[in-house]
Design a protein around this ligand. Structure first.
Ligand SMILES: NC(=O)c1ccc[n+]([C@@H]2O[C@H](COP(=O)([O-])OP(=O)(O)OC[C@H]3O[C@@H](n4cnc5c(N)ncnc54)[C@H](O)[C@@H]3O)[C@@H](O)[C@H]2O)c1
Ligand SMILES: [Zn+2]
Ligand SMILES: [Zn+2]
Length: 373
């Protein structure tokens, strides 16, 4: 039994509330982690919003970092005292996992949204609220790291050097790798091709920095906030456009040689922005949805148009990355002065959690990071 403080969601539209909980002992495939920090990602808020179904009360948080306190009997990749960054979970057994395509895991949904702790134990609570004994569900993305301590499934753990700045790199576990992977793993554009990125949250900046890293000559970024466009402009964007502009699609065509971009990465999750992305690419161009509006939204274009323009569209989860390889790769880029995550993030103590959420919602901070130490 481990005492922890965790941000609990008690139901749909209920606010996050810090509560004392008692965590179970780790199962054989789990790691008990003392959390240093956890980035806030848009997806965390889809649980209190009821957009993704969840048992309540529950904990979320899926960009955690920290130190291993103890490990279950079957855990091989880390030991007590190791520094870790936390990312998404996968089963390790299915055909996709065996091919190293762990983000395509057959059980991605169950393992990341379904609160599955262990294949034989399935979904089950991770502990109880101190006082009334109500069971608490954790294991969101294999972790639920908006807490002082959490039980993490081994597949979510990425061991990093003990010298790692665990607050700075916590957000590499989801948003940044999801955007970066769309460019580095999926599109792999050539330098003389053109790319447009819609939405400059952490996901969009991940895609943008990846395009800068590849030396793409024309990098167009689109957002509703001038402050984000200005930041991207200072970091290598060649063209910046407001998403509210009536001439947006025409402006992107003009910026990309009159034909439209070779690639578009949609990082807002807004269907009408996906429509603009579709119109912004040239014939034969490719559009990727990283932004996710949640279940029940159809793509805003028709098959006839798709066939006659030879355009293609796909979705992508977690950048098709294998976190133990991809996250250290991004950290190396950071060491070379690329992926300047510090320019979009701000660290808040636990006591300022509500302010962090408010600043994120107002668009004042792109990536709030909650510090538990
Ligand atoms: N596919 C994945 O694996 C994955 C991983 C993480 C996040 N996501 C999803 O990616 C999306 C982005 O996540 P985030 O954390 O970067 O979110 P965010 O809210 O921080 O960023 C979204 C950005 O889009 C901009 N925007 C909103 N409407 C716009 C419009 N009409 N035109 C132009 N820009 C507009 C906002 O100003 C903001 O800068 C969310 O839908 C999230 O759920 C997907
Ligand atoms: Zn799998
Ligand atoms: Zn996320």
């Amino acid at each position: 039994m481990t005492k922890a403080q965790a941000f609990l969601v008690k139901g749909v539209n209920a606010p996050f509330k810090l509560a004392d909980v008692e965590l179970d002992e780790p199962l054989e495939n789990e790691v008990l982690v003392k959390i240093t920090a956890c980035g806030l990602c848009h997806t965390d808020f889809l649980i209190p919003a009821g957009i993704f179904p969840s048992p309540y009360p529950c904990t979320v948080g899926h960009e955690g970092s920290g130190t291993v306190l103890s490990v279950g009997s079957a855990v091989k990749s880390v030991q007590k005292g190791d520094s870790v960054l936390l990312s998404f979970a996968h089963c390790g057994e299915c055909g996709y996992c065996k091919e190293g395509k762990v983000a395509a895991c057959k059980e991605f949904y169950e393992r990341n949204f379904g609160r599955v702790r262990n294949p034989s134990a399935g979904a089950r609570p991770v502990g109880k609220i101190v006082g009334d004994g109500t069971e608490v569900h954790g294991t969101f993305f294999g972790q639920s790291s908006l807490a002082s301590h959490c039980l993490v499934v081994e597949s979510s753990v990425v061991k990093v050097p003990s010298s790692t700045d665990l607050s700075l790199f916590a957000p590499f576990g989801c948003g940044l790798q999801s955007g970066a992977g769309a460019v580095l793993n999926l599109f792999q554009p050539k330098r003389d091709e053109t790319i447009v990125i819609f939405g400059l949250g952490a996901v969009g900046f991940g895609a943008f920095w990846a395009a800068v890293h590849l030396g793409i000559k024309t990098i167009v970024v689109v957002d509703l906030l001038q402050s984000r466009l200005s930041l991207a402009s200072s970091q290598g964007a060649t063209h910046t456009f407001l998403g509210s502009s009536a001439s947006l699609v025409a402006d992107i065509h003009a910026a990309t040689g009159g034909m439209g971009a070779h690639y578009a990465v949609e990082c807002t999750g807004v269907a009408r922005v996906l429509r603009s992305a579709w119109e912004a690419v040239r014939n034969g161009g490719k559009v990727c949805s990283v932004g996710n509006p949640g279940p029940g939204v159809a793509p805003p274009f028709d098959i006839n148009d798709q066939v006659n323009t030879s355009k293609s569209w796909c979705g992508l989860v977690e950048g098709d990355s294998n976190p133990p390889e991809f996250i250290p790769r991004l950290m190396k880029l950071h060491a070379n002065g690329e992926f300047p995550v510090e320019t979009i993030s701000k660290v808040y103590p636990v006591a300022e959690f509500d302010k962090a959420v408010e600043d994120m919602k107002k668009g004042e901070v792109i990536k709030p990071i909650i510090s538990f130490v």
